[in-house]
Design a protein around this ligand. Structure first.
Ligand code: NAD
Ligand code: TYD
Length: 360
């Protein structure tokens, strides 16, 4: 077994942050397997393009032969699985890809990992880790007075996206329980930060605000999410990989519950300071649009377990993280222009026309 890891989905938002940090911190070689769907972007990895510690492989986690060959060739000490279809609204429009990648793809990865792991000697078997990156959305929706999600909460997924992630979490659990493969699962709240694809709330609002377009709020904007800066999520994953108890799940969150309306107002206020309009405030662009079907009301993470067992706490508050994020988008408009050309426009047409808004 070598001191290298295989990361899947490492050209997407969180995966690319994780891979960039890993290589820049000098933590060893990373084999980055990504299908480069609309959400995957090699520009996210431009900083480490020439770095010999990063090997990019264009491919699908559902391709057994490819995954098996990579495991045999590189003999990694860990697999970190970020690869997924990740957008709830897209899962409502077309769940098929979510079933294929999030469930069948993860199953395939697990099967190949099982074959590889079975071939290792006892010491390497004990040291190997398969870390599955999942979401708090598997726990369903909370009312305003419910306690935050603990690792012991029942799974109650409500969207095709969260149901597909829940299914993959169950497979990971079963592969630990049945075959003894050292598995770890993390369930994290909403991330934000650099390289976030502008179909998700925070980058979409920044992008639309700067382009004079409506800032679409689903329903009345009272839905609550817990927000975590992406760099903190990456720190937490590294910590779980290093010291997490095998077979355990760890909830990761920022202790930052905000309504969507609060988030959008905060973004407008920061943009009013960092990039003021000739007249008026960006808040004037806020528009209420038709709600998401089955829209989960509230997510909140109780991150006590990872803090108590592994000493992890987020470094950023929402206030510091969101300032950094807006500043990043203002200085990376080329990246935004690149990812919002082409297919992006079709998605925006599909999602917002039916909500009564023309955003493309
Ligand atoms: P993303 O959509 O930005 O990136 C997903 C990446 O996976 C892309 O690079 C894509 O090309 C790749 N991919 C998709 N299908 C693939 C396949 N079949 N084979 C190989 N690669 C494939 O997603 P993200 O926001 O970076 O999320 C990463 C992971 O973290 C996902 O598993 C998601 O469920 C989980 N997660 C996300 C959040 C969040 O707020 N974004 C929060 C908690 C957990
Ligand atoms: P999103 O970023 O899609 O993440 P998730 O659905 O996984 O939590 O959405 C975050 C919240 O913002 C969610 O409650 C839906 C809402 N939202 C809007 O109000 N308008 C939008 O245009 C988008 C994309 C999301």
């Amino acid at each position: 077994m070598n001191d290298c890891i295989i990361v899947t989905g490492g050209a997407g938002f969180i995966g690319s942050n994780f891979v960039n940090d890993w290589v820049k911190l000098g933590l060893g070689k990373v084999i980055n397997l990504d299908k480069l769907t609309y959400a995957g972007n090699l520009a996210n990895l431009a900083d480490i393009e020439q770095n010999p510690e990063h090997i990019f492989v264009h491919g699908d986690i559902g391709h057994s032969e490819l995954v098996g060959d990579l495991l045999k060739l590189y003999q990694p000490r860990a697999v970190v699985n970020f690869a997924a279809e990740s957008h709830v609204d897209r899962s409502i429009h077309g769940p098929g890809e979510f079933i294929q990648t999030n469930i069948v793809g993860t199953f395939n990865l697990l099967e190949e990992a099982r074959t590889y792991w079975s071939s290792l000697n006892d010491a390497d078997k004990a040291n190997f880790r398969f870390l599955h990156v999942s979401t708090d959305e598997v726990y369903g929706s909370l009312s305003a007075t419910d306690s935050a999600f603990k690792e012991t909460n029942a799974y109650e997924p409500n969207s095709p996206y969260s149901a597909s992630k829940a299914a993959s979490d169950h497979l990971v659990r079963a592969y630990h329980h049945t075959y003894g493969i050292p598995m770890l699962t993390t369930n994290c709240s909403n991330n934000y930060g650099p390289y976030h694809f502008p179909e998700k709330l925070i980058p979409l609002v920044i992008h639309n605000a700067l382009n004079g377009k409506p800032l679409p709020i689903y329903g009345n904007g009272s839905n609550v999410r817990d927000w975590l800066y992406v760099g903190d999520h990456c720190t937490a994953i590294r910590r779980v990989l290093e010291a997490g108890r095998v077979g355990e799940t760890y909830n990761i969150g920022g202790w930052n519950e905000k309504t969507n309306l609060e988030v959008v107002h905060t973004l407008c206020d920061i943009l009013d300071q960092q990039k003021p309009k000739k007249s008026g405030s960006y808040c004037e662009q806020i528009t209420f649009v038709q709600d998401r079907p089955g829209h989960d009301q509230r997510y909140a993470i109780d991150a006590t377990k990872i803090e108590r067992e592994l000493g992890w706490k987020p470094a950023e508050t929402f206030e510091t993280g969101i300032q950094k994020t807006v500043a990043w988008y203002l200085t990376h408009q080329d990246w935004v222009n690149n990812v919002t050309s082409g297919e992006y426009k079709n998605w925006v047409n599909t999602n917002y026309k039916e909500r009564g808004e023309e955003l493309a």
